[in-house]
Write a protein that binds this ligand. Structure first.
Ligand SMILES: Nc1ncnc2c1ncn2[C@@H]1O[C@H](COP(=O)(O)OP(=O)(O)OP(=O)(O)O)[C@@H](O)[C@H]1O
Length: 655
């Protein structure tokens, strides 16, 4: 148990409810472990002179029809009652885990089938299911364990599915996928450890339910059979003599009630105590170190696929991504074409919802199962990413593609030490032993300028600051020999100083190792510092592809509006900051014609009727606009006033 878990348990035990529940459960467990041996003799001692006696000083709950002491029989039955309830809970958890993890392991179709079966099973009342299984497995303790366990399995399966869905969408799982780790290994290493706590809590509550269920089956005569007895069986016997000695039924019922209550209360207290927790990041020093300025990359190919040189790392042509939706599929990425050369830094900018992240996810093969990726070409280092997933491909991608996510807080598995998580890639792809992989992890942490890397590698993610986690994430990408780093808003969640350090680090790595960078950002200011080229996206399409240093001479009105919205030192203080009028487009509602038409100051009839293709302009940009032209002197982009049917400033030629 790590310090954090111990701290949470302590917090649970400090509450009155948690303390009471823990004491009660300990008493019940102690009785179950030590109880029967000292009391068995008295519980089974027949006293024909005292048959069906009422409560007295000698027999607190009276005797049964053979004169045996009820209290001792209840105490002696603790082990069997608790043992069977725990066994049934174990069956429920195990079957629930198998059913709940099946969709993750089996893929979309088989997964849906399993989910459907689970949903149907959940629709049946639990007691009905238990009775059904009890009949199927036959009368007796074993049959009842299986019946109650299997009746509880669908609820656990759904819980596992829900918990898995929550964890599977976290960045560290995506990082493991990018690193080429198989689904079973991800399940064991990343998913299950992160759902263990809520599962244990629910299993504790479930054990209370199983205890009641078991007592119910034995009471109905379907569970434990004489001469063995559990609390349910004692209730069954007691009910027959209810009118002579009611305590014979009440005593075992009280035992069921108390033990069930204890387990439920403990589960609830733990759930509450653990649920209130948040990861506390200890302040840690960030190691500033200036990076060398990036060397300018050679001019990039303007259109993917046209460039046959071996220099192209990523080659994307006509990429479309769609997701199912209630009113028909939506297409957040609609025919995107670009290429990135070795060592080149390309930014993708655009407002929220323009399809930047979905493009990056498609390139990294991280679009979830419901989504559909189509492309005329989607090559990373010559490997066709449209091909079905294979071990060889995963291995190649795992070492040549690195991904840095926006939120450093969710980029690492909180249950594992940083060094181990970094080492995982090397153990998997380079067949390194545990020690060698850990040594490489330490070396990579050093490479991303983390001070005292040996000590840091042994720490958990919550002991790192946000900036350090982001560095460590970059270090994880460097465990292989990446040719491309995809960084999706890597600095958005960080403060300005740390932001700069991360950008400098990315630039330094790019320059030193000739690694290409695909930087997703909504901040034109950031990308102009780091990147050679900018792809401007609007409503799922690239509307302009231009060198960063030409941003001041952008041809598309949207690029100009984005650039104008960046605050500058010389912005006049007496005027509000320019904003782009209107709202970004909903991908479910893309109009005919140019998607930017409603917000564009240059809009004309043609814009509303025909969608302009992305074509090469004589200036070298690729631009998708019927009115592509350099900005006019004094032009404002926050001014919704139309300048009429502006004539195209230059002829646009097809590339
Ligand atoms: N799994 C999904 N299912 C359905 N729609 C999705 C899914 N993922 C993304 N989308 C939709 O795709 C569109 C583009 O999303 P994307 O995350 O690429 O935008 P973005 O440009 O990166 O914006 P932001 O800067 O806010 O991250 C959004 O409208 C989003 O709702």
């Amino acid at each position: 148990m790590n310090r954090r878990t111990a701290h949470r348990w302590l917090r649970v035990l400090r509450t009155p409810m948690g303390r009471t529940a823990a004491v009660l459960v300990l008493i019940v467990l102690a009785l179950a472990v030590v109880g029967p041996s000292p009391w068995n003799a008295r519980a089974d001692a027949v006293d024909t002179a005292n048959i069906l006696a009422g409560p007295s000083a000698e027999h607190w709950a009276g005797t049964d029809n053979l004169g045996r002491d009820i209290v001792f029989r209840v105490l002696a039955a603790t082990r069997l009652s608790i043992g069977l309830a725990l066994a049934a809970t174990a069956v429920a958890v195990l079957a629930g885990l198998l059913l709940g993890t099946a969709p993750w392991l089996l893929g979309r179709r088989a997964g849906r089938l399993v989910t459907g079966v689970v949903q149907i099973a959940i629709a049946f009342p639990g007691l009905l299911l238990a009775l059904f299984f009890a009949v199927v497995f036959g009368v007796g303790a074993t049959g009842a364990v299986l019946a109650i366990g299997l009746a509880g399995a669908p609820t656990f399966a759904r819980l596992v599915q829900t918990l898995l869905a929550g964890v599977a969408s976290r960045d560290f799982v995506a990082a493991a996928q990018v690193a080429g780790v198989g689904r079973f290994r991800i399940l064991l290493r990343h998913l299950l450890p992160n759902i263990a706590e809520p599962l244990v809590v629910n299993a504790t509550i479930g054990a209370g339910g199983a205890l009641l269920g078991f007592a119910g089956l034995s009471f109905l005569g379907l569970g434990v059979q004489a001469p063995a007895y559990d609390w349910g069986r004692l209730m069954f016997d007691g009910i027959g003599v209810m009118y002579v000695n009611p305590a014979a039924a009440i005593a075992p019922a009280l035992a069921v009630l108390l033990a069930g209550l204890a387990l439920n209360l403990l589960g609830e207290s733990v759930a509450k105590g653990f649920g209130m927790d948040a990861l506390v990041g200890l302040p840690a020093s960030v190691n500033p170190s200036p990076a060398a300025p990036a060397a300018p990359a050679p001019p990039a190919p303007e259109s993917a696929g046209d460039d046959a040189s071996g220099d192209v790392v990523l080659d994307v042509r006509d990429l479309t991504v769609s997701f199912p939706a209630a009113r028909g599929p939506i297409r957040p990425v609609r025919g995107v074409t670009f290429a990135i050369r070795r060592g080149e830094a390309v930014a993708v900018v655009g407002e929220s919802g323009s399809g930047k992240s979905v493009t990056a996810l498609a390139v990294s093969r991280l679009i979830d199962a419901a989504g559909r990726v189509d492309a005329e070409r989607l090559h990373l280092l010559g490997t066709d990413l449209r091909e079905p997933d294979s071990a060889v491909q995963r291995r190649m991608l795992g070492s040549s593609l690195a991904m840095v996510f926006q939120d450093p807080a969710s980029s690492f598995n909180p249950t594992q030490r940083i060094g181990r998580q970094l080492a995982e890639t090397s153990r998997h792809h380079h067949d390194l032993g545990r020690r060698a992989a850990f040594a490489r992890a330490v070396d990579r942490l050093r490479a991303v300028r983390i001070t005292d890397p040996e000590r840091r590698a042994r720490q958990y993610p919550h002991e790192f600051s946000g900036g350090m986690r982001q560095r460590a994430m970059i270090g994880m990408g460097l465990m292989g020999s990446p040719a491309l780093i995809v960084a999706d808003e890597p600095t958005t969640a960080l403060d300005v100083t740390v932001q700069r350090q991360i950008l400098e680090l990315l630039t330094a790595i790019r320059t030193a190792d000739d690694v290409a960078l695909l930087l997703i950002s909504h901040d034109v200011g950031v990308v102009s510092e780091v990147c050679d080229r900018v792809l401007v996206m609007y409503a799922g399409r690239i509307v302009e592809d231009l060198p960063t240093d030409r941003l001041g001479a952008a041809l598309h009105p949207y690029t100009r509006a984005l650039t104008a919205a960046v605050p500058r030192m010389d912005s006049p203080l007496d005027r509000p900051l320019p904003v782009i009028p209107g709202r970004p487009l909903d991908p479910a509602d893309v109009p005919v014609g140019c998607a930017y038409a409603d917000r564009c100051p240059l809009v004309s009839e043609r814009c509303r009727a025909e969608d302009p293709p992305l074509e090469r302009h004589p200036s070298g940009h690729r631009v998708a606009c019927w009115h592509a032209r350099p900005p006019l002197a004094g032009e404002r982009h926050d001014d919704p006033a139309r300048d009429g049917a502006a004539e195209p400033a230059s002829v646009v030629e097809t590339s």
